[in-house]
Structures are given as structure tokens and as C-alpha cells.
Design a protein around this ligand. Structure first.
Ligand code: 2AM
Length: 483
């Protein structure tokens, strides 16, 4: 193979890396493959990559020598130390203007740090969210690149070439500076937690409140998948409900204890860090935590009987429609919260994010892909400065239409003793968000009473004052602070 013939190098031959290489090859790019355990390169070339134009490298030096300039090196290795180790080894081999791309599941703060460090050395660093799992990587992932923008013109063709398409548009665009790409990927994963929890609550209600059988629920999801809820997660849930082994449904046999790898948790932590009420993702994470107390729950179920009535006795068909509306309205709230978090991070870090483009990146290829994201893209295209998704006309009308059903489902679930934390928190958020007055005046009074934290009067915002509520104690106020 001639020198300097490869368009890009990809390091890390685990499942995602291998599939991305094959995807790039399909789109006419010559990829040079490398891996820490070098034998895996030969195994890959002799098997999965057999008959392709993919080339291999025996060392990092060998790999770098085979690359066209500016050199593009993409890492798909374990997040954390492995990325730093490779970056450290690559830097002495690269020149100014060369590009390192991290396509792993890195923490966005690490990506920002790497961007800044490498910028000082003249190397462009890109942290890209990659979503869609194995299949996505192979046939079209959602890609969310961010970092040093000077890199974008050099990687755009490859990235947009291999990404999933929504119609003709690639589900990949430049997200923003520093760790913006990885931040957006993190929020994507958080939203995924929320979407899954919402579907689980709908399933729980259909199963327990309505006593529905699996084939019946599967049929309902099939119907839902033809409308505003059309999405990958509804589609796979329809199929999961239908799935049988040896003539028996598999789903009821699966232990009801959910695992997690942490990206939902990171989203919730960011929400707390930046003071954004991303309540639905938070509840989705906690719902998994509660589910994992499985043995404790089994014990508690023997101690606490719950309400006397546990079945819904009204019109079943109507209640299924109500659940659908509750799911839709809650989903709108969840995405509104996710975009609030991205807006706040953008403000915090001075990033300029294109929210319509982000919705388009999630429209196809990734786990949360859905028709709904097309509506979000339109909302931000109509008004790029939209402060909250709930205020867009389309979503405003949708929520209004769902509101009565949503309230009925949440209140029914409460009465029947069926937990619907995500439906409920979404509704509580909505009611809080649309409240002209909240009882936070009392919180301020309490804080001032016991801690002299001061408060503002509605008639004079911005001026913090202290009252001596008890008549004793001093008149000195403590400094106020806002989270
Ligand atoms: P390996 O095949 O040599 O284990 C997913 O685990 C990918 O990340 C694999 O390609 C793996 O390489 C790589 N990887 C994991 N930990 C690593 C480390 N500390 N340094 C370099 N590569 C690492």
C-alpha cells in the first residue's frame, strides 16, 4: 500500500470502532486501522475487513506515516485514561493542523480540557458523540462533533457521509466548541433514560390497571407507532412485548431490576450543577435505582397492602388513549427540560449551540430517533432563540390537547397505587412552570427568619432586605446567594 494514502486512521477495534471503519469504507474512504493490542489489527483485516480497502498499521508511527495531511486520527477506546494515553503518544508524531477525534463516551469536561491542551500545541481536537450502537455505527450513526472548529471542514465529508440520514439530511452537524459534542451526547443519553421510563410507566398501567395481555399491549404500541409517538423505542417495545421463547412470553420472566452505566446520572448531576430543573431524567435515574432494590421491594410488598382498589373500572379504550396522551405530554416536558439544560450549559461555557441542528442529529441513527424530533427541529428553525420548547405553538397546542388526559392518568395511578414517577414529575413541572405565583415567597421568608438570608419584595425586585421577624436577635443579614 502506497504511503500517505489513508483518509483517516481509527484506533480501537472493539465493536463500535470496527463498525465505523466498515461504514467509512462503504462510503469510499480509506481507513487505517490500529489497536493497542496490535494482533487485533491483523485479525480484523483477515476477517471483518477482508475484501475492503481498509489498511492496517503495526505501530502508531506506521499509522501516522500512512495518513494524508492534515492527518485525521479517530479514537474509539475506553473513556478516561486510554484517551489521554493515546493523545500523549500521538502528539509527538503529529504536526500543527492535524486532527485528533475522540468518538468514545468521554465526559465533556475531559473533552474541554483536551481541546485546550492540544490547542496550545496547534493540534485540533474534536470530541464527538456517537450514538446508535453497533448497527448505527455500521450503517449510519447519529454523530455529534464538537471541539476546535477549524477541524470541521476537514472531517465534515467523512462524518456527514457515514452518518444516518433524515430524508436527505445527515444526522450530523457541528455542535459547538470544547466539550459541547460530548455534552449533547450526554443529554441525549439522559433523554433516552426518560423516554424508556415513560414507556415503562405506560406498560405498567396497561398491565396492572387495565389487566391487559402482552399481545394486546403490543397491538396498542403498534398503533401508537403510527402517530406522534412514532419512534425507535416504541417500535422495539412493540416487538419485545410480542417476543416468545418456547411458546411463552419472555418479558414477564425478566428480573425487574434495571442496570445503568452512568450517563443518565451524569445528566442529572449536570442539571443539579447548573440549577436546571431536569426533573424527568432525574426521576428516570432514581426509578432505576428503586427497581434495583428488588429484594427489599419483595419484602415491603408483603408489609404494605396499598389501596383497596387496584384496577381501573372506567372505559378501557378511552383510558388507553389517555395513557397515550400522558406519555406524549410528558415526553414534550422531558425534551423541553433537556434543551433547557443545554441552553444553560451553553450560557455557562459561552458556547453557541444550534438547537435545531441538535434535534436533527437525534432525528435518525440514535436510540431516541423519532418523528417528534422533526417537530422540535421545526420549532427551533422557526425561532432559533426559542427560550423553551413548551412555548412553541406546536408544542403548546399539543400539551393543551393532552392536559386533561394527563391529569386523569396521573391521578388514577396515584389512587390505584401504581407508581408513575416520570408522568407525575412532568405534570408537576408543567404546573410549576405555568404558575404565575409559587410558594417560594414562603421559602424566602423562612430563610430570612432562621438565617437572615434576606428576600426581595415583589414591588422592588433586585433589592434584598432583611426583617427582624422575632423582635429579638440582630438586624444583621447574611449575604445572599443564588444557585
Ligand atoms: P485492546 O483491544 O488492546 O484492549 C475498547 O475497550 C477499546 O479500547 C479496545 O480497542 C481496547 O484495546 C481499548 N483500550 C481499553 N483500555 C485501553 C488503554 N488503557 N489503553 C489503550 N487502549 C485501551
Amino acid at each position: 500500500m502506497a504511503e500517505k494514502s489513508a483518509d483517516i486512521a481509527l484506533i480501537g477495534l472493539a465493536v463500535m470502532g470496527q463498525n465505523l471503519i466498515l461504514n467509512m469504507n462503504d462510503h469510499g474512504f480509506v481507513v487505517c486501522a490500529f489497536n493497542r493490542t496490535v494482533e487485533k489489527v491483523d485479525t480484523f483485516l483477515a476477517n471483518e475487513a477482508k475484501g475492503t480497502k481498509v489498511i492496517g498499521a503495526k505501530s502508531l508511527e506506521d499509522m501516522v506515516s500512512k495518513l494524508k495531511k492534515p492527518r485525521r486520527v479517530m479514537l474509539l477506546v475506553k473513556a478516561g485514561k486510554a484517551v489521554d494515553d493515546f493523545v500523549d503518544k500521538l502528539v509527538p508524531l503529529l504536526e500543527k493542523g492535524d486532527i485528533i477525534i475522540d468518538g468514545g463516551n468521554s465526559e465533556y469536561g475531559d473533552t474541554t480540557r483536551r481541546c485546550k491542551d492540544l490547542a496550545q500545541k496547534g493540534i485540533h481536537f474534536v470530541g464527538s458523540g456517537v450514538s446508535g450502537g453497533e448497527d448505527g455505527a455500521r450503517y449510519g450513526p447519529s454523530l455529534m462533533p464538537g471541539g476546535t472548529e477549524a477541524a470541521w471542514p476537514h472531517i465534515k465529508e467523512i462524518f456527514q457521509g457515514i452518518a444516518a440520514k433524515s430524508g436527505k439530511e445527515p444526522c450530523c452537524d457541528w455542535v459547538g466548541p470544547e466539550g459541547a459534542g460530548h455534552f449533547v451526547k450526554m443529554v441525549h443519553n439522559g433523554i433516552e433514560y426518560g423516554d424508556m421510563q415513560l414507556i415503562c410507566e405506560a406498560y405498567h398501567l396497561m398491565k396492572d390497571a387495565l389487566g391487559m395481555q402482552q399481545d394486546e399491549m403490543s397491538y396498542v404500541l403498534e398503533e401508537w407507532n403510527k402517530g406522534e409517538l412514532e419512534s425507535f423505542l416504541i417500535e422495539i417495545t412493540r416487538d419485545i412485548l410480542r417476543y416468545k421463547e418456547n411458546g411463552e412470553y419472555l418479558l414477564p420472566k425478566i428480573r425487574d431490576s434495571a442496570g445503568q452505566k452512568g450517563t443518565g446520572k451524569w445528566t442529572a448531576i449536570s442539571a443539579l450543577d447548573y440549577g436546571v430543573p431536569v426533573t424527568l431524567i432525574g426521576e428516570a435515574v432514581f426509578a432505576r435505582c428503586l427497581s434495583s432494590l428488588q429484594q427489599e421491594r419483595v419484602q415491603a410488598s408483603k408489609r404494605f397492602a396499598g389501596p383497596a382498589k387496584t384496577k381501573y373500572e372506567g372505559d378501557k379504550k378511552q383510558f388507553i388513549q389517555d395513557i397515550r396522551q400522558a406519555l406524549y405530554a410528558s415526553k414534550i416536558v422531558s425534551y423541553a427540560q433537556g434543551f433547557m439544560l443545554m441552553r444553560e450549559a451553553a450560557r455557562e461555557f459561552g458556547w453557541k449551540l444550534n438547537y435545531g441542528a441538535i434535534a436533527l442529529m437525534w432525528r435518525g441513527g440514535c436510540i431516541i430517533r423519532s418523528v417528534f424530533l422533526g417537530n422540535i427541529k421545526e420549532a427551533f428553525e422557526k425561532n432559533p432563540d426559542l427560550s423553551n420548547l413548551l412555548l412553541d405553538d406546536f408544542f403548546h397546542k399539543a400539551i393543551e390537547k393532552c392536559q386533561a388526559s394527563w391529569r386523569k392518568v396521573v391521578s388514577t395511578a396515584v389512587l390505584l397505587g401504581i407508581p408513575t414517577p416520570a408522568f407525575s414529575t412532568a405534570l408537576a413541572f408543567f404546573d410549576g412552570y405555568r404558575s404565575e405565583r409559587l410558594p417560594a415567597n414562603l421559602i424566602q421568608a423562612q430563610r430570612d427568619y432562621f438565617g437572615a438570608h434576606t428576600y426581595e419584595l415583589l414591588s422592588n425586585p433586585g433589592k434584598f432586605i432583611h426583617t427582624n421577624w422575632t423582635g429579638h436577635g440582630g438586624n444583621v443579614s447574611s449575604t445572599t446567594y443564588q444557585v
